[in-house]
Design a protein around this ligand. Structure first.
Ligand SMILES: NC(=O)C1=CN([C@@H]2O[C@H](COP(=O)(O)OP(=O)(O)OC[C@H]3O[C@@H](n4cnc5c(N)ncnc54)[C@H](O)[C@@H]3O)[C@@H](O)[C@H]2O)C=CC1
Ligand SMILES: CC(=O)C(=O)O
Length: 374
């Protein structure tokens, strides 16, 4: 199989979908890997690092997309839709719920679109989202701490306080991977931390994990309103896999926050969980102010710490990509239930229910589509 690795083109997206170690594994399996010129530079991998282990360097994005399977990091942008074609295997983050146009383009061109973020183990864990959620969760607090500083427009609160002075209040909505990692960092800085989740069992686990050092609250609008009001830093970290993020924090709640507070909505890649977040921001221009509150809504946060993120991401994506290459997509999907859950679009059908429901499109189970297709 020919595997293509285009250079990422999203604003400040420095990650790349393969490392030299990944190339070596594909080449050992008898595959050809075409890496776009300088695709790895943002993560510290030179063209030579790739050619040494057997990759071909290709000059243009079109050359990299002319492959049987394209591995990427972020969802394709409109300028890349022209590379779609029938039976191209596209393995990447897709986040289709807030992306109707991308969904339509993948359907029309009958791409086999497999989303990292919906591959799911029987335990419910999302193994290809997890490492980037660890990164973004940790980053959310360091970013929030920075924007709380006066010179960045914040209210001038040090999250850990100092003896004799109140600590900062960090409120995290969603106690999964992002939320847990945000809480770890916030506690490490010495802040007061509240975690809100809809799943009471998850709150019990968090209470054990943090040995009572965080306040846990069940998610309802009353608890959210009270917690948001006192937050210096609010982190949005909810997820319903595949679906648009629920809007849990209303504009009225944001108006109750004190001026110079900061919101970091990590869940923006699934559409965002805060009503006043009405746009995706970029690393170049990461914040805007509304009701005196700083809003941060960057959808590719890990791109800023690309070396760490590329290594962490490819550790988990490449084993699945190798199965797709070694067995062919149909057999790989049949053999691997978690991988099958990653298939969002195939043969012009939406095969992930939450995506179909969000866009009011018919849903077709992937197993049924494969039966008809092959
Ligand atoms: N902006 C960025 O660069 C990045 C964004 N993300 C995104 O962060 C979000 C969170 O990801 P993970 O932590 O990995 O997900 P997760 O599945 O580990 O955790 C989500 C949590 O939200 C909770 N939840 C669901 N509905 C809720 C509600 N109504 N109220 C309160 N809690 C609720 C769930 O019970 C779960 O504990 C996802 O949208 C993910 O794609 C992840 C990495 C990077
Ligand atoms: C999860 C995701 O969208 C990212 O790492 O950019």
């Amino acid at each position: 199989m020919i595997v293509g690795i285009p250079k990422e083109i999203k604003n400040n997206e420095n990650r790349v979908a393969i490392t030299p170690a990944g190339v070596a594994a594909f080449v050992q399996g008898g595959h050809t890997v075409r890496v776009e010129n300088n695709a790895g530079m943002g993560s510290g991998f030179t063209n030579e690092d790739y050619t040494t282990v057997g990759a071909e360097i290709v000059a243009t994005a079109a050359d990299a997309w002319a492959a049987d399977m394209v591995l990427k990091v972020k969802e394709p942008l409109p300028s890349e839709y022209g590379f779609f074609r029938e039976d191209l295997i596209l393995f990447t983050y897709l986040h289709l719920a807030p992306e109707p146009e991308l969904t339509r383009a993948l359907l029309e061109k009958k791409v086999i679109a497999i989303a990292y973020e919906t591959i799911q183990l029987d335990s419910g864990a999302l193994p290809l989202l997890m490492p980037m959620s660890e990164v973004a969760g940790r980053m959310s607090v360091q970013i929030g701490a920075q924007f709380l500083e006066k010179q960045y427009g914040g209210k001038g609160v040090l999250l850990g306080g100092v003896p004799g002075v109140p600590k900062g209040e960090v409120v995290v909505i969603g106690g999964g991977i992002v939320g847990t990692n945000a809480a770890k960092m916030a506690l490490g800085l010495g802040a007061n931390v509240t975690i809100i989740d809809v799943n009471a069992d998850r709150l019990r686990q968090l209470d054990d994990l943090f040995q009572g050092r965080v306040q846990t609250l069940i998610s309802n609008s009353f608890n959210i309103a009270n917690a948001v009001k006192k937050a210096d830093l609010l982190v949005g970290a909810v997820l319903i896999p595949g679906a648009r993020a629920p809007r849990l924090v209303t504009e009225e709640m944001v108006q109750q926050m004190s001026p110079g507070s900061v919101i970091v909505d990590v869940a923006i890649d699934q559409g965002g969980s805060i009503e006043t977040i009405d746009r995706i921001t970029t690393h170049d221009n990461p914040t805007y102010e509304k009701h005196g509150v700083i809003h941060y809504a960057v959808a590719n946060m890990p791109g800023a710490v690309a070396r760490t993120s590329t290594l962490a991401l490819t550790n988990v994506t490449i084993p699945y990509a190798l199965q797709l290459a070694n067995k062919g997509y149909a057999q790989a999907i049949r053999d691997n239930k978690p991988l099958a859950k990653g298939v969002n679009v195939i043969a012009g059908k939406v095969t992930y229910k939450a995506v179909a429901d969000t866009h009011n499109l018919p849903y077709a189970p992937v197993e049924e589509v494969l039966l008809v297709k092959n």
